[in-house]
Design a protein around this ligand. Structure first.
Ligand code: SAH
Length: 369
């Protein structure tokens, strides 16, 4: 029974993650500090603890008066991510972490160490609403959007473990951040954008990573691609294409029925034009589904002459999937044909496969795996 005057048809609002310093821009941080009756320079002090020293435990902020640590610092550094499980492979060079969020939602991030750089692959949503049938995350649907703080914390956690020498290979730093974990980043636009700024703004505003080291991967939400192109950022756009024709792409990436291949690619070229950044096209090679020589030719025709790099990803089969990766000879022929069209192409290595940490394997279904 509905009670008169009550909003019975409004979906219950999920509680928001607690406010964290990383959610706030510099001005909002100053306001928060003043609200606590503290001098405004505390704002920069706190920011440097977090973004430079990678500390978020108030007890470690020894230059602050004890009372300030107990009130202000505790207020601005709630624990957003709690590690549930950590899995490593590739001789310790790949680390996947399952995080529990404040409301019990689960997300994963993956840290990959290479001889010359480190890349962290972060989640932008808990689950995903895009429903791509070959992707593990897509199977469970969308739980919720992540907050800016929850996204930034994944990067800071990676930076911290590298800085502490916790990852094989000694002390290091984060060079690249790829939004290729769980979720569709452009479907969580405002928190994504704030996270991009926080990650790339120099200290004390943010972490100070190079914009050129950041990649945002999307199924192809055209209006959001155009919006991102206008933000004045030098981040790389990756578009998950997976098929050069609408008939197949409608099944592999269902949102294609809304924004078909032509429109997605046009948006990608506009992005390249405005940002002068080479766009990445992601293409998971699926045996006998999208790896035919004629599809390679069609893809080549569509990409030829553009500021583009093609990333072929051998499909990582998800549990219960009827699909698998292409045969080596089909993959080689696919590459050969694309190169014949003058397209820059690489086949991505599949780091983290055996810990379900490779592309499309992030599922975060619970603590039992
Ligand atoms: N939603 C965004 C980002 C997350 S997925 C997007 O779709 O781009 C990151 C990349 O992994 C995407 O290119 C996605 O299509 C790809 N991917 C998903 N499942 C995969 C699988 N099982 N094998 C290989 N790549 C996969």
């Amino acid at each position: 029974m509905s009670v008169p005057g009550e909003l019975t048809f409004v979906a219950p609002r999920r509680a928001k993650p607690p406010r964290h310093l990383a959610d706030l821009d510099v001005e909002a941080r100053r306001a928060a500090v003043l609200e606590h009756g503290e001098p405004r320079y505390r704002s920069d002090q706190l920011s440097r603890h977090y973004f430079e020293r990678l500390i978020s435990d108030p007890a470690g902020m020894t230059d602050l008066p004890a009372a300030t640590r107990d009130t202000l610092a505790s207020d601005l550094f709630p624990q957003l991510l709690t590690p549930v499980r950590e899995l490593t492979c590739d001789d310790g060079a790949t680390v996947k972490t399952l995080w529990r969020l404040f409301d019990g939602a689960l997300v994963e991030s993956v840290l990959m160490r290479y001889p010359d750089r480190s890349t962290v692959c972060v989640s932008s949503q808990a689950g995903c609403g895009m429903n791509c049938p070959f992707c593990a995350t897509g199977q469970a649907g969308l739980t919720r959007n992540l907050s800016t703080g929850e996204i930034v914390e994944q990067v800071v956690a990676a930076a911290r473990s590298l800085a502490h020498g916790d990852v094989a290979g000694g002390v290091g730093r984060v060079n690249n951040v790829v939004f290729m974990g769980m979720g569709e980043p452009l479907a969580n636009y405002a928190p994504l954008l704030r996270a991009l700024r926080r990650i790339t703004d120099p200290s004390p505003a943010g972490l100070g990573l190079s914009q050129r080291g950041i990649t945002v991967s999307t199924v192809g939400l055209v209006p959001a691609i155009d919006r991102l192109a206008g933000e004045g950022l030098s981040v790389t756009l990756a578009v998950s294409l997976h098929a050069p024709d609408d008939e197949l792409r409608n099944t592999l990436v269902p949102v294609n029925t809304r924004w078909p291949v032509d429109q997605v690619l046009d948006a990608a070229w506009r992005y390249a034009e405005r940002t002068k950044r080479r766009v990445s096209i992601e293409y998971a090679l699926i045996r006998d589904i999208n790896d035919q020589a004629w599809r390679a030719n069609l893809l080549g025709d569509r990409l030829r002459g553009h500021l583009v790099h093609l990333n072929l990803i051998p499909l990582n089969p998800t549990p219960g999937s009827k699909w698998t990766a292409s045969r080596p000879e089909d993959e080689a022929e696919f590459v050969r044909r694309l190169e014949g069209h003058g397209v820059a192409v690489t086949v991505r290595d599949t780091r983290g496969r055996e810990i379900d940490g490779a592309c499309g394997q992030l599922a975060a279904t619970g603590a039992d795996r």
